[in-house]
Design a protein around this ligand. Structure first.
Ligand SMILES: Nc1nc2c(ncn2[C@@H]2O[C@H](COP(=O)(O)OP(=O)(O)OP(=O)(O)O)[C@@H](O)[C@H]2O)c(=O)[nH]1
Ligand SMILES: [Mg+2]
Length: 327
């Protein structure tokens, strides 16, 4: 299996001093908040590439997505996280929410995302209280969707709270990029001196197979309605190049649904649904990896996979480094 851009998780320290004598800084920046607030859009903008999938639907991200950005003598390691929500009884949702809290505990600083038009809600304040983070930068995203007057009101309400954990409040638009640069220039001050944990050129710890599965899941999320997107997962079975001089890679992926009745809906009339998803995903993956991809998609029923701990681990939704003893 080709997994060329993955590498190991944390590499050993290899340098902490820059040419000009300034000390190298590095650290973890968690991106957290309620679902659909634009966290993954922000990560992709900062990295200048698609690291995390984005859809207009809530609960798109299911696991923490690591993205490395190095600039001006600082290695910023971003951890995009699933939107924090009331998980209910389904194990998948519990695992998602736990991944978000774990990332925040691991981080040097948390960027807590809210929608600028709604500001900081009571629910957000409860979540911030549970994060265990000493320092939080409150990010008011989607400023393009609100008026200056309303934004001012929302910002004033945060100042009035006097919450010592909130060290900055920054309005941005992750979609247009407005004010994002200002936010990025603030971050090195919150990170300690430290080594370059990831070698230059490595931008994530996600495997190619996981990224591919996510791109396919994004298309399913966008094109299926109601509860179906939440009832499915994608696993890559084969991802390998054909022998040179061919530039074709074989990709075989399994779409997993929780119930028999969902299988037919995903496949669609005469397989049209599956064909459309496959074509959209293939085009995007060919741009991402170069060359051509010969893709086969299948749908399989794995009864109640979203309640099965082993399946969730197998799908990459559980961080193998996560500390089981923590809440
Ligand atoms: N208008 C506007 N839309 C935005 C902005 N940022 C993100 N969006 C949109 O908001 C929707 C959700 O974006 P995501 O990046 O998937 O949000 P998320 O917080 O990662 O969502 P979850 O993974 O479900 O928690 C998408 O339709 C984005 O295009 C913004 O600054 N302005
Ligand atoms: Mg997301």
């Amino acid at each position: 299996m080709s997994e060329s851009n993955t590498g190991t998780h944390k590499t050993s320290p290899n340098e902490s001093e820059q040419g000009d004598g300034a000390r190298f800084r590095s650290g973890y920046i968690a991106i957290a908040g309620r679902p659909n607030t634009g966290k993954s859009t922000f990560l992709n903008l900062v990295l200048g590439r698609k690291a995390a999938i984005v859809t207009p639907k809530a609960q798109t991200t299911r696991s923490r997505v690591l993205g490395v950005c190095e600039r001006a003598g600082t290695q910023m390691i971003f951890l995009d996280t699933p939107g924090i929500h009331e998980p209910g009884r389904l194990l998948l949702n519990q695992v998602m929410v736990r991944a978000a809290y774990d990332a925040c505990r691991e981080a040097d600083i948390v960027l807590y995302f809210v929608e600028a038009s709604s500001g900081l809600t009571v629910e957000d304040r409860q979540i911030i209280g549970r994060l265990g983070a000493e320092r939080v930068i409150l990010v008011f995203n989607k400023v393009d969707r609100t008026t200056t007057g309303r934004l001012m009101e929302r910002l004033a309400a945060v100042s009035a709270l006097g919450d010592g954990r909130i060290v900055e409040v920054v309005p941005i638009s992750a979609l247009s990029g407005r004010n994002v640069e200002r936010l990025l220039t603030m971050l090195p001050d919150f990170l300690p001196e430290g080594p370059r944990y990831f070698p230059l050129g490595q931008w994530t710890d996600q495997s190619e197979s996981f990224i591919i599965a996510e791109v396919i899941r994004e298309k399913l999320f966008m094109h299926l309605r109601q509860e179906l997107p939440y009832a499915l997962a994608v696993r890559v079975v084969t991802w390998e190049p054909r022998p040179a001089p061919s530039d074709v890679r074989d990709l075989e992926a399994m779409i997993i649904v929780a119930r028999e009745s969902q299988k037919g809906i995903v496949i669609g009339h005469r397989g049209e649904g599956l064909k459309r998803i496959g074509s959209l995903a293939r085009k995007e993956l060919e741009t991402m990896f170069g060359g051509s991809i010969y893709m086969r998609l299948q749908v399989r029923v794995e009864k109640e996979w979203n309640g099965d701990a082993r399946m969730l681990a197998d799908l990459g939704y559980v961080d193998p480094d996560a500390d089981e003893d923590r809440e």
